[in-house]
Design a protein around this ligand. Structure first.
Ligand code: PML
Length: 234
């Protein structure tokens, strides 16, 4: 039997009710790894670069085998950049190459660059008009209930490429689920972790386009945009 373990944490109150989002994480693990994963998540919330959370919510749920859908991880390619400006310019070019319109690229960057605090979820945007389609304001839409099937093989392969650790793993799993969702054209993301400057542009068409520098070191504001085909049932 598999279990879903989800954690979200904040500082100074629950997020959205005076508290500041600190971190979130989720895994799907076998029963014998449940306890170690719950502990790892508590530790992560209490030792995060964004602050030591004092509101931590951990949810554990059984996942019936019949409810699971499998998809391939999208292939990784990397674009090396050394400044935020260079990284964002590369991301814009990549989104246009995938087929997102100039209007939608401009709108997405305007939305993300206007944020004063990180969103928990993503902005859903029409890939042609650039109109924001969700009405969830700073909460956005979350992609959840996901993990990679074979953790050992995943870690061996990613470790060999120098891409071990939580950030690439969580981002690649999420980007793969999003890219495989009906209606998705592309995704844009940069991290809300102040010490983590890497981001990506994801798509089913080309894969996980990792961009090494997309923001300034120390910046605690990050976010995501899911670009969808016009008419997608969001
Ligand atoms: C996040 O952790 O908030 C997003 C990280 C995106 C980049 C992950 C990577 O490929 O290193």
């Amino acid at each position: 039997m598999l279990y879903s373990v989800k954690m979200r944490s904040s500082l100074g109150g629950t997020h959205g009710e005076g508290g500041r989002h600190i971190s979130g994480a989720e895994r799907i693990v076998p029963e014998d790894m449940l306890e170690e994963n719950v502990l790892a998540m508590l530790r992560r919330a209490r030792t995060h670069e964004r602050g030591a959370a004092n509101f931590i919510n951990v949810k554990v749920e059984e996942v019936p085998d019949t409810s699971i859908e499998y998809c391939d991880l999208i292939p990784i390619y990397q674009m090396n950049t050394s400044t935020k400006e260079e990284g964002r310019a590369v991301a814009k070019k990549e989104l246009l190459r995938i087929g997102v319109s100039q209007a939608a690229v401009d709108s997405a960057f305007h939305e993300l660059e206007s944020l004063t605090d990180s969103m928990r979820g993503a902005i859903v945007m029409d890939a042609v008009s650039g109109e924001r389609l969700d009405d969830r304001h700073e909460r956005g839409v979350r992609c959840s209930n996901m993990d990679c099937e074979n953790t050992k093989e995943y870690e061996a392969r990613m470790g060999a490429r120098g891409l071990g650790g939580d950030h690439p793993r969580e981002a690649l799993v999420l980007a793969s689920k999003v890219a495989n969702a009906p209606g998705t054209v592309a995704e844009l993301c940069w991290s809300d972790d102040p010490d983590y400057v890497t981001g990506y542009v994801g798509s089913k068409k080309y894969g996980y386009g990792r961009i090494t520098v997309m923001k300034d070191m120390g910046d605690p504001v990050g976010g995501r945009v899911f670009f969808v085909k016009p008419g997608t049932d969001i």
